[in-house]
Design a protein around this ligand. Structure first.
Ligand SMILES: Cc1ncc(COP(=O)(O)O)c(C=O)c1O
Length: 364
C-alpha cells in the first residue's frame, strides 16, 4: 500500500528526490563520500551550493540585485533577525496579523521595535485576510511584514500587498515558509522573502532568505555576528558550517521543479489538488466543514472539521489504515488538516477524498 503523508512540516518530499538521495547517499558523483561527510569548503560542496542557488534563482526568477542566503535557526530566527537588521529602537514597523505565525513574528518584533498592527483577522478566529483597503499603515514604517500562508489556520493571501505607501517605497517582507515555490512569484515586489525549508523546499534545518541588496548592512551594532544578514551575504552562506545536507537535498528539489514544468506547472497541480479537497468538504452535506471560506482558502494547508468531533479518532484511525497519515489538525484549531504541498501527488489527494466520502457515507 502506498503511504500518503499530509504532514504540515517536515513534510512530504518528491519521491524521485528521495530515491536520488538514496542512490547517492554513500558516494556522491564518484567522490567516494556522502554529502554529509564533505568539507563545506571543498570542490564538491562548492559545486552543490552554487548549483542549488543557481537553480533556485532560475526557478523563482530572482533578480540579480537580490542575495539568496541559506541560513539556520528556522523561520523563528528570522522573526528576530528582521527587526535587528532593519530597525533601531523606537522605529515603527507594520505587521499584518492573520494567524499564529503572524502573531509569533509580531511578538518577537515587539521586543525590538514599535509594532503597528495594520490589520488583524483575530476577530473571526483568523479565518480570512483583511481587505487591504482598510489597513491602517504607518507612513514611517521601516517595513511591512505579512505571512503569505498561515500553515495552522489554512489562510493564504490571494494578493500581494502594495509596497508603496504614502508616496514611499516601504520594503515588503514576507514569511513564505509554507507556500514558497507553489506558484510563480514576482520577487521584485519584495524587500525580503524568507521560508523554513521543511515544507516546499527540503529537509528541516535550513531557512532561505531572499533579500534585496539595499537591505543588507544595516544591522544594529550589537547584533550577534550570526544574526547579521551581511555576515552571510558577504560569505556566500559559508561564514560557518552551513546545513550542507539540507542544501544538497533542496538543490535536488529545485532540479525536480525544473524538470516538472517549473512554478506554472506547480500552480496548476496545486490548484487542482486544493479544489478536490475543498469540493469534498463543500459537497459533504455538512459532514465536513472548513473554517476558512472564499479566496483566502490555502492551497497548501486545508484544515477541516467533522460534524461530530467524537468521530475524529475513528477518522484518523481509518485514514492511517488506508495509508493516509499525519492528518490530525493543529491542537489550536482541532479537527483535521491536509497539507498538500508541491510534492503531494494528485493520487494522494484522490485517495484522501475517496476516503472522506466513504467515511461520511458510513457515519453520516
Ligand atoms: C508560516 C510559518 N512560519 C514560521 C514557522 C516556524 O518555522 P520554524 O519551525 O522553521 O522556525 C512555520 C513552521 O511551521 C510556519 O509554518
Amino acid at each position: 500500500m502506498t503511504t500518503y503523508n499530509f504532514s504540515s512540516g517536515p513534510a512530504v518530499l518528491p519521491r524521485d528526490v528521495l530515491l536520488q538521495v538514496q542512490q547517492e547517499l554513500t558516494d556522491w558523483h564518484g567522490s567516494g563520500m556522502s554529502v554529509m561527510e564533505m568539507s563545506h569548503r571543498g570542490p564538491e560542496f562548492t559545486q552543490i551550493i552554487a548549483e542549488a542557488e543557481a537553480d533556485l534563482r532560475a526557478v523563482l526568477g530572482i533578480p540579480a540585485n537580490y542575495k539568496v542566503l541559506f541560513l539556520q535557526g528556522g523561520a523563528h530566527f528570522q522573526f528576530g533577525m528582521i527587526p535587528l537588521n532593519l530597525t533601531r529602537p523606537g522605529d515603527t514597523v507594520d505587521y499584518v496579523n492573520t494567524g499564529s505565525w503572524s502573531k509569533t513574528a509580531i511578538k518577537e518584533a515587539q521586543r525590538y521595535a514599535n509594532v503597528n498592527i495594520v490589520a488583524s483577522s483575530e476577530d473571526r478566529n483568523f479565518s480570512y485576510v483583511p481587505d487591504e483597503a482598510g489597513w491602517q499603515r504607518s507612513a514611517d514604517a521601516r517595513y511591512l511584514h505579512y505571512c503569505s500562508n498561515e500553515t495552522i489556520g489554512g489562510v493564504e493571501f490571494p494578493f500581494i500587498p502594495q509596497s508603496s505607501f504614502a508616496g514611499k517605497d516601504i520594503p515588503l517582507i514576507c514569511d513564505m515558509s509554507s507556500n514558497i515555490l507553489s506558484q510563480p512569484l514576482d520577487v521584485s515586489h519584495y524587500g525580503l522573502i524568507y521560508a523554513g525549508a521543511q515544507k516546499n523546499i527540503g529537509p528541516s534545518g535550513m531557512t532561505i532568505a531572499i533579500i534585496r541588496d539595499d537591505l543588507i548592512g544595516h544591522a544594529r551594532a550589537d547584533v550577534p555576528t550570526m544574526l547579521n544578514y551581511k555576515t552571510h551575504a558577504d560569505a556566500g552562506s559559508l561564514y560557518n558550517t552551513p546545513p550542507s545536507f539540507a542544501i544538497y537535498v533542496a538543490g535536488l528539489v529545485f532540479k525536480w521543479l525544473q524538470k516538472n514544468g517549473g512554478l506554472e506547472a506547480m500552480a496548476r497541480h496545486n490548484a487542482t489538488k486544493a479544489a478536490l479537497v475543498y469540493d469534498a468538504i463543500d459537497n459533504s452535506d455538512g459532514f465536513y466543514r472548513a473554517p476558512v471560506s472564499g479566496a483566502a482558502r490555502s492551497r497548501m494547508n486545508v484544515p477541516f472539521w467533522l460534524k461530530d468531533a467524537a468521530l475524529d479518532a475513528d477518522f484518523l484511525k481509518g485514514a492511517e489504515a488506508a495509508g493516509l497519515v499525519q492528518l490530525k489538525g493543529h491542537r489550536s484549531v482541532g479537527g483535521m488538516r491536509a497539507s498538500i504541498y508541491n510534492a503531494m501527488p494528485l493520487e494522494g489527494v484522490q485517495a484522501l477524498v475517496a476516503y472522506m466520502a466513504d467515511f461520511a457515507r458510513r457515519h453520516g
